[in-house]
Every structure is written in C-alpha cells, then in structure tokens.
Design a protein around this ligand. Structure first.
Ligand code: 13P
Length: 249
C-alpha cells in the first residue's frame, strides 16, 4: 500500500518572515495526518523553513538544483548545498522550468541522478500541453519524458523517486483534469515504469497529480486507485487551505 504524499510548491512566493508565520500556522493543523507533508520553498526561504519545521511532521524540499557538485556555475545551487542544510526533497523538471529555463529531459535525468547521489528525493514533473493533448499526443509526450528523464536509475533510486503528473493546461488555470483522466494517465505512467523497472518496483513509486488541486477537489482525486497525493501550487500558499488538502484523506 503506497502512502499519500502531499507537497506544496510555493514557486516564486514568500519572504522569510512569511515562511516562519506559515509554518507556525500549518504545523498544528497537519500534525495528526498519516500522509507525508512536504513544502518546497524558494532557496532564500529554505533555511527558515527547515528551522521552522523542526519537531513537526513537515519535510522540506527545494524547487530546482544544478547537477554538478560545485564549480563555475554562477547563480546555481548544488545538490550538496541543499542536503547540507537539511533539505530532503527537490522538484526536478517542473513545466515552468522546461518552458522558461530550457530544462530538457536530458538535464532532468542528470539532476535526478545527482539528487540520488547525495540522498535527496527528486519529485520529477511530467505532463503535456493543451495542444499536445488535443492532437492526441499526450501519451507519447509523457512516455518520452518518463523514458528519458528517469532512465538508468537503480531499483532503489526509482523507488525513492516521486513522479508528479502535471498536465500543463491544468496548472494555475483553475481547470483540473477529471479524476478519471488523471487516474488513467497515472496508471499508464506506472505501466511505463513497469516496462523499465519491473512491476514490483513500479508498484512502489509514488505518483502524484498536480494542476489546480484545491480543498474542494483534493478528496476525490486522492481517493483514486493510482493517485498517490498531489503537488499543489497556488493552494499551498495559505496554511488553512493547504491543511484542508493534506487532511482531505
Ligand atoms: P497550481 O496548483 O497553482 O495549479 O500549480 C500546480 C503546480 O504547478 C505545482 O507544481
């Protein structure tokens, strides 16, 4: 039985003082959940988030990183830097990074391996655009993202990788994939993983849904057989709303 993992992706939002207040409010609201709770904060908030999350059940993630250990990469942050301050998760290949910052399946794969090398758990985002969906290419696109982005991992690495299926047309638009559609897509993502890593391992991979998850739709989505939780953008910015999502199931 896979557990549910609910992760908030703050994107480029919140200052340190807002981070501290957020955790003060969120921690008591989610302390009894059996689900895994993660907040992925901007780099400048991470250390505040880690201190604020001490003695709580909330884990901390980053939203990106470089794949190299160190070197002349002005403006970049390495996996070791994240690990050294207590970060446990890192979002890799979010569609906004693919769209605006030239992230490719190749760089996603390098980053996923680099994350595992230092013991960070990657949350790898895949998903199709509206035009790809309308032209019947969604399956091909997502399959390629899985095959290339998650290639050559060990069994232990794939089992500690989280996949987030985020159809791009559903991100920040208020449009959610129907629970049946999201479940169906996640099922065939798992089938693709099964072809590469075998059923026993694929069955253990957490696959989340992301795209306009909110307290009104969280329960019905998370109750589906193959949806193992959510990656939540806008609705993760308010502690009470995010807590409702965490506690929806
Ligand atoms: P929204 O929940 O704001 O649609 O964002 C989804 C997302 O991109 C999470 O990574």
């Amino acid at each position: 039985m896979r557990k549910k993992v609910i992760a908030g992706n703050w994107k480029m939002n919140k200052l340190p003082n807002e981070t501290i207040t957020f955790f003060e409010e969120l921690a008591p609201l989610v302390k009894n959940t059996k689900n895994e709770v993660i907040i992925c904060a901007p780099y400048t908030d991470l250390f505040y988030a880690i201190l604020s999350a001490q003695n709580t059940n909330i884990k901390i993630g980053a939203q990106n990183m470089h794949w190299e250990e160190n070197g002349a990469y002005t403006g970049e942050i390495s996996p070791q830097m994240l690990k050294s301050i207590g970060v446990e998760y890192v979002i890799i290949g979010h569609s906004e990074r693919r769209q605006y910052f030239a992230e490719t399946d190749e760089t996603v794969n390098k980053k996923v391996k680099a994350a595992h090398n230092v013991g960070l758990k990657p949350i790898v985002c895949v998903g199709e655009t509206l035009s790809q969906r309308e032209s019947g290419k969604a399956k091909e696109i997502v399959t390629n993202q899985i095959k290339s982005g998650l290639k050559d991992l060990t069994k232990n690495e794939i089992m500690s990788t989280i996949v987030a299926y985020e159809p791009i047309w559903a991100i920040g638009t208020g449009k959610t994939a129907t629970k049946e559609d999201a479940n169906e897509t996640i099922k065939w993502i798992r089938e693709e993983l099964e072809k590469i890593y075998g059923k026993e391992n694929a069955d253990k991979v957490i696959i989340q849904y992301g795209g306009s998850v909110k307290s009104e739709n969280a329960k019905e989505l998370f109750e589906m057989s193959d949806i193992d939780g959510g990656l939540v953008g806008g609705a993760s910015l308010k502690p009470d709303e995010f807590a409702k999502i965490v506690n929806a199931i």
